[in-house]
Design a protein around this ligand. Sequence first.
Ligand code: PLP
Length: 514
Amino acid sequence: MQEGTNESFYAEQISEDIAQTSGLIKAIETILPALERFLQFAKPERTVKERAFWSAQLDEPLPQVGAGAEAVLALLRDVVIPNGLRTGDPGFSGWVATMPTTIPTAANLAGVVSGSAYQCIQAFNLLESQALRWLAELVGLPSTYQGLFTSGGSVANIVGLGAARQYAAERLGIDPARDGIESVAKPRIYASTEVHHVIFRAAAVLGLGRRAVVTIPTDQALRIDMEALQERISLDRATGCTPMAVVANAGTVNTGAVDPLPELEKLCHEQNIWLHVDGAYGLFGVLDPQVTSLYGDLSLADSLVVDPHKWLAAPIGCGCVFVRDASLLERAFTLEPAAYVEESQPVYAGNALLTSQFDDFGNLFHHFGVEQSAPSRGVQVWAILKEIGAEGVRARICRHNGYARHLAERVQASPCLELMSPVILSICCFRYVPSPLRGRVDREATELLNRLNRMILSRVRARGRCIPSATTVHGAFVLRPCYINPRTTLTDVEALAGEVEFCGAEQWALLSDE
Ligand SMILES: Cc1ncc(COP(=O)(O)O)c(C=O)c1O
């Protein structure tokens, strides 16, 4: 065939796709040893020091001609994987996020390959529902709550508060999903000053505006001040505002404080205001008998968020929301039927049997949130719960809360460490205080301590044995280890106290020399 003829043109069009579509075992086997090595966390992290070297191998213009499968796998093996993010390192206690354990990792891969969409008649669709049912039972919710997996806590909070918006507007005879919220007078969402910052964005996305979130002061233990909340709601009602929701923290990201849920449940019930519980991090805390009473009766909440990609160690990209009233949630988020989706389904006469897995959508989730296409996330949660059971999760929660309590005791026994907030869940906030500054609360001392503890954080991180994060508590810069990492042991917890003492003395000597 001559070049340029019609024959060669059509031959090109019907040739096979150039991307490899078989040979999965070989491809995965090429990178598996590198992944396993990464998981050993054996060598100190060199990713920052070697940044110029590895980024030079990756940072290139769009290839016009592909390099081929082997080149990609080699880069993954030799350059990308070794320079990934070590949130699963046993010494890492920095975020409310960690690397997945082994079995949900495998389940994730299974979902990518065999459950590439979560609808229709297939095992992954069944596990989506089953995992939600198991999760609800685990945290003490009736199975009648509508659950939904989301990409994380940010979106889960948008969905829960979207339901709250629907509820409050419908009571005024408005359908906000259809007509918007223009005619809802001054909507208000109440939350403590410790609320997670994604709540403000949720209000913005829902068209309420960030300023609709009214922050209420906290008590000394950083829980919402109930009196201040009640006063503010009364004032707002008197001035024509529309109370839309109270957001209760079930484990603040800063200190792990749990708002007084029993009182909030009562208040919201009496005032007929939607109670939304942000337990993205700490809802699983209800499993620890030492703190379970703080959660009251969770089934009195209208919506709740809990993220499997936090304490359950599911792969990142797995959040979850539960809403008591499924039909309300559907009214808030439903998708109109589309010709290419619902309207292309077969019409059955009587009890006609399904003939293809695509003849039915199975348990359909896309009417309850903001995604249409979504990965199969339920399989990851199912895999975790099937592997370790409710007892395994409970043991993890209790162990991690125990780590934080243990660290608090260690801090209180140290002459140069100071505990900065009560330990409720698995976060322990503390700081280094050299003897000349002990007991001082004046501004100069506070500023110096803030500076010193910032220096300590950098130094501890640079040494690499322990990687905590930091936050601010009552104006003080504090170190904030948060234990959710299944790979962390008590030795890592104790090592952190030692590291802070060591770096504290070292950095104080530097500061004092200035
Ligand atoms: C209490 C709380 N809410 C919401 C979020 C946001 O979750 P994500 O980062 O999964 O979007 C977090 C994250 O740390 C959180 O701790």
